[in-house]
Design a binder for this molecule. Structure first.
Ligand code: LCS
Length: 392
């Protein structure tokens, strides 16, 4: 297949209808296993001497289309799909570290990623440090001979801080640590870490890639060698594979990713502009606003600022929760990147598993709220926020 622009690849990459009786949309291979023509063929397939599907934990034609598509979109050699974002994150880390190793982590990660780091530390003696990743010398001072992975989210959930991916990739190459980037908030439409030097990209595909709030899934992109290793070890033997139907839904979701992202981004700019002038809002943290402290990093690596806004209200947890309860159109829910605008309170919801002092280090206080700006008319989203703000 020729190389096309990303907006075309999201629709076509990895699928040739003539191989599937002309079906315009990729067929759903809802099959757990695949029959062999002979015992000898079974032997050859297991030995790796003949290509072909064996069993859906090892590969499935619908899933293959998704994996080829995401690899192309991220600019990597190969892709792998998982049952959840956490299955992708855990398969990556279990493949890259051994007892005694060290992981350097951005100061702020999704709550369950923090939980996984703690589990690795407690049970498998893999140490980690959460650090601010803004200054080169500061980052360098934490890299040890045992540092095998530099793991970052950017933008960080939910504090919206950014990490300079070229800088981190340079440090990874110099020290031999693998750079893993969770690209959930940006998606490959806004940011392509592998093209900036990262080794592995992971996603919670549950979010913008699905886009419709109906799938929990994960994706990984990296070198052919790394993806094959994970496919045959920490995916095959731990087992966090995607179902063919969920892969099919993600193929469908990806087709509209660019148009949806444009709308999420433009809606977020409108909402942020209204919010920042409201007296009951103490501060907005939105990479698309001129007050944002890392505008230089956006210019280096992001096409647009994204559809997520975090903000602080005057008055702490009770006021934050009251604001949520007064909303009518906007739904109180974790997850993000859906058509519906969603709001959540990170300190008591997505990041409640993170101890309070670590939350404070990450910048997650009781007055912080996170808004996933949806695809509705932005005026309707704002009217809802404004009427709720009037009541607090
Ligand atoms: N990485 C990031 C940045 C995430 O935000 C999440 C989930 C994950 C990984 C894990 O993905 P999952 O297994 O849920 O597909 N984030 C959530 C959030 O902020 N609200 O609900 C889930």
């Amino acid at each position: 297949m020729n190389n096309y622009r990303l907006e075309t690849e999201v629709i076509h990459r990895g699928y040739e209808s003539k191989s599937f009786q002309g079906s315009l949309t990729p067929p759903l291979f809802q099959s757990s296993t695949f029959t062999m023509e002979s015992a000898e063929q079974g032997e050859r397939r297991f030995a790796g001497d003949e290509e072909g599907y064996i069993y859906s934990r090892l590969g499935n034609p619908t899933v293959t289309i998704l994996e080829e598509r995401i690899a192309e979109l991220e600019g990597g050699e190969a892709g792998l799909a998982f049952s959840s974002g956490m299955a992708a994150v855990s398969a990556t880390l279990f493949a890259l570290v051994r007892s005694g190793d060290h992981i350097l982590v951005s100061e702020g990660v999704y709550g369950c990623t923090y939980g996984l780091l703690e589990l690795l530390k407690d049970r498998f003696k893999v140490d980690y440090d959460l650090i601010a990743m803004d200054k080169e010398e500061h980052i360098r001072s934490y890299i040890r001979p045992e540092t095998k992975v530099i793991y970052v989210e950017t933008p960080i959930n939910p504090t919206m801080k950014l990490v300079d991916l070229q800088l981190i990739s340079k440090l990874g190459k110099e020290t031999g640590a693998k750079v893993v980037v969770d690209n959930t908030f940006a998606t490959p439409y806004l940011q392509r870490p592998i093209l900036l030097g990262a080794d592995v990209v992971v996603h919670s595909a549950t979010k913008y890639i699905s886009g419709h709030g109906d799938v929990v899934a994960g994706l990984m992109v990296g070198s052919e060698e790394f993806i094959n290793e994970v496919r045959m070890t920490t995916q095959k033997d731990i087992g966090g594979i995607i179902s063919p139907f969920d892969a099919w839904l993600l193929i469908r979701g990806l087709k509209t990713l660019p148009v949806r992202m444009d709308r999420h981004c433009s809606n977020a700019i409108q909402i942020a502009n209204k919010m920042k002038n409201h007296p009951k809002i103490k501060e907005i943290i939105f990479p698309g606003d001129e007050s944002f402290s890392q505008v230089d990093v956006i210019e280096k690596q992001m096409k647009q600022a994204g559809g997520m806004i975090s903000f602080l209200v005057n008055g702490g947890k009770e006021t934050a929760q009251r604001l949520m309860n007064e909303l009518k159109l906007i739904k109180i829910a974790v997850s993000l990147g859906d058509a519906e605008t969603l709001i959540q309170h990170p300190a008591t919801m997505t990041h409640s598993v993170v101890p309070e002092e670590k939350r404070a280090q990450m910048g997650i206080g009781p007055e912080l709220l996170r808004l996933s700006v949806g695809l509705e008319a932005w005026e309707d989203i704002w009217v809802d926020i404004e009427q709720a703000l009037e009541k607090i």
